[in-house]
Design a protein around this ligand. Structure first.
Ligand code: BG6
Length: 310
């Protein structure tokens, strides 16, 4: 099927090419931040924005509510940088990797191809992206990545990884590194991770048990919860809403808030923005990494929804 990627074309030409995927009233294209092409989605319940850069959803908002996804005011929007917000796609490694320049892999700084747009009968929309071969590092074995974004009153993301090799296993880590908008971090708790084990990056990845009913954020938190397939909830009393993160094909949950010092160190993140965000990331990391036999695929799906707090 014909498809489109940004490649080295000018942004204006890129937009003209993308417009053939337009669905009037539902899927439109515009020049986004940094002149990067952006897909604007409008549904009966919500709006969303997705960049080809990183295949990254940067915005999802239900009508009449505050955005569910957070994106930093200081985020870079340029080809060699990751966008600081929304849902960066971490693949094929999580965190720093010896011998590799880019933390969290190359998918989030690659230009993805748009292969399909569709209007759903009840008023939603879907977009299908592929990570092109050219994006992959030559040191990585052949594999293919497909991302399907479905926008309704919820945001659904399906990421499918296929081992295209005929004779070798392929091992990877992945993560939908989702940044959520909060009213105020001091009025927020994360639930659903009780009685699990996590690696604490703050303490050199020491493995610890979490027996707490809920996680409160009162300092930098950077934890990879292992063997966690269940849904996680963010209870935000300041915005009076509950965010539900349901997932399939994901055994790890990363909880991250940079807090004061780290926020100051990040040049693409505001000093005070740590109060208005939390990352709750669904993926397969560390000992939950995935190994695929030749020709096999693994899919991960994440559904994000919200409801008012009673
Ligand atoms: C989180 C990691 O997933 O991403 C943190 O657990 C890291 O350690 C954070 O600081 C942000 O990473 P980056 O590469 O986008 O600055």
């Amino acid at each position: 099927m014909a498809c489109f990627s940004l490649g080295d074309m000018s942004s204006k030409y890129a937009l003209e090419q993308l417009r053939r995927w337009e669905i009037p009233g539902r899927v439109a294209f515009s020049e986004g931040n940094g002149g990067l092409p952006k897909i604007d989605v409008r549904t009966n319940w919500s709006t969303a924005e997705v960049y080809l850069h990183g295949g990254q959803v940067t915005h999802f908002q239900k009508n009449g509510e505050k955005p569910l996804l957070f994106c930093s005011q200081l985020s870079r929007f340029q080809e060699d940088s990751a966008i600081r917000g929304g849902v960066p796609i971490v693949f094929p490694w999580f965190g720093a990797r010896e011998g590799e320049e880019m933390a969290h892999g190359f998918a989030r700084i690659s230009e993805w191809e748009l292969h399909e747009t569709g209007a759903l009968p009840e008023g939603g929309a879907m977009l299908r992206f592929h990570l092109p071969e050219t994006a992959k590092s030559s040191t990585w074995p052949p594999c293919s990545l497909v991302l399907v974004v479905t926008v309704t009153d919820k945001l659904k993301m399906d990421l499918v990884v296929t081992n295209s090799a005929s004779d070798a296993d392929f091992t990877f880590e992945n993560c939908l590194h989702t940044y959520f908008t909060l009213g105020d971090i001091s009025a927020v708790v994360v639930k659903g991770l009780k009685n699990t084990r996590y690696l604490d990056k703050q303490e050199n990845y020491a493995e610890k048990a979490d027996a707490a009913d809920q996680i409160e954020i009162k300092a930098e938190v950077d934890r990879t919860y292992l063997d966690t397939a269940e849904a996680v909830e963010i209870i935000d009393r300041s915005l009076k809403r509950r965010i539900l993160i349901e997932k399939m094909g994901s055994m790890s949950t990363v909880v991250w808030n940079p807090w004061i010092d780290k926020a100051r160190q990040m040049s693409d993140f505001g000093d005070e923005e740590y109060k208005q965000m939390i990352c709750v990331e669904s993926g397969n990391v560390a000992r939950n990494k995935v190994t695929l036999a030749p020709g096999k695929s693994a899919s991960m799906s994440v559904v994000i929804s919200s409801a008012p707090l009673a």
